[in-house]
Structure formats: C-alpha cells, structure tokens
Design a protein around this ligand. Structure first.
Ligand code: GAR
Length: 190
C-alpha cells in the first residue's frame, strides 16, 4: 500500500506540527511530505528545519492564490492537507480541489467561539470573558464557511475558577497534542 501523503500548513509556534511530525515519524502508512507556512518569522520554520522535513515559506499574497497552492500540493501528490495552527483563509478554489481532504483544528468547542477573527489567543480570551465552565478543541473538515465544515471530533476540558490565558493555552495545547495526531491517523486511513 502506498503511504497516505500529508502536507501540514502552519503559521505559529508549531506545537501541533511537531506533535504530528513526531507521531508519524517512521509510520507504516502515513507520510508528512512538507510543512508550509505563510510566516517567515514563525517558530515553526526553525522547528521544522531542525526536524529535517521540507518547509515551504510563502508570502501572504501567494497563499491567497488557490491555483498556486493546488499546483504545489498536486506536484507533491498530497492526499490530505492538515491545518495545524494555520491562520490564513483557505482560498475557495483550493477547497474545491481538495473536498473533504483539508482538516482543521480549532481551539474551542465549535460552533462556540468560531468564525472570523476567532483564532489562537482571541478564542481563549473570549472563552475566559464568557466565564465558561468547559471548553475544548474541534477537529473538522474545511469548507467555504469559516469553522463550519463537517465535524470529525471534539474533546473537552474543564475550566478552573482561577484559569488564566496562559494556563488555558497550555491546557488546550496539551489536549491538541494528545488527540490531533490520532484523529488524523484514523481519518486519513479510513
Ligand atoms: C492552536 O491552538 C490551534 O488550535 C489554533 O492555533 C494554535 C496554534 O498553535 N488554531 C486556530 O486558532 C485556527 N482557527 P501551534 O502553532 O503551537 O500549533
């Protein structure tokens, strides 16, 4: 059986990228072909370089072009695209070329705290401001409506009474690292 080929898109510190790279290192059926970022300053760039995986650093202008993204992914025979902390909008024509093949992770229990402007710390701040008792993560397919594609899995965690932005962020990252690679594996090998 040929390995399922994944591309990871990321814009930030890359904790999800690293947990996925570690999980699929030497995997029998799944291969991470490259990491793509729109942010040359992102920590994920040096982490991916140190790991030894191919990393494509593109401008914001280029990643808005669905034809270019499609050409890059087609040339590398990518089966699934994983958005692992990727904070740019995915162009509609790229989504059309990869229907139900683009998987996103979002740091809340969608549909709560989703939509435009809801990413990274903005989500955690909104969760804290609403005094929620629980929050969590959502893994879903990407469609043209922001944060509204078909649900794949959700995992929740309790919020402590004295929860801060830093502790919540850490809690969510731990939940992501524990669950995202396993959910990717199950989904792409389905
Ligand atoms: C993660 O918590 C991820 O869920 C979130 O960005 C963070 C990136 O962290 N993604 C979104 O908010 C997408 N809407 P990382 O760079 O350390 O993986």
């Amino acid at each position: 059986m040929n390995k399922v080929r994944l591309a990871l898109f990321a814009s930030g510190t890359g904790s999800n990228v690293m947990s996925i790279l570690d999980y699929f290192k030497d995997h029998q059926h799944v291969e991470i072909v490259f990491v793509l970022t729109n942010n040359p300053q992102a920590l994920v760039v040096e982490k991916a370089q140190a790991f030894g995986v191919r990393i494509d650093v593109l401008s914001n202008e280029i990643v808005e072009n669905g034809n270019i993204l499609s050409t890059i992914c087609e040339a590398a025979a990518i089966d699934y695209v994983i958005l692992a902390g990727y904070l740019r909008k995915i162009p509609a024509d790229f989504i059309h070329n990869y229907p139900q093949k683009i998987i996103n992770i979002h740091p809340s229990l969608l549909p709560k705290f989703g939509g435009k402007g809801m990413y990274g710390d903005n989500v955690h701040k909104a969760v804290l401001a609403e005094s929620e008792v629980a929050t969590g993560i959502t893994i879903h397919f990407v469609n043209e409506e922001f944060d509204k594609g078909e649900l794949i899995a959700q995992f929740s965690c309790a919020l402590a009474a004295d929860e801060t932005l830093a502790t919540l962020k850490e809690k969510i990252h731990a939940l992501e690292q524990l669950n995202f690679p396993k959910v990717i594996e199950k989904t792409v090998l389905n």
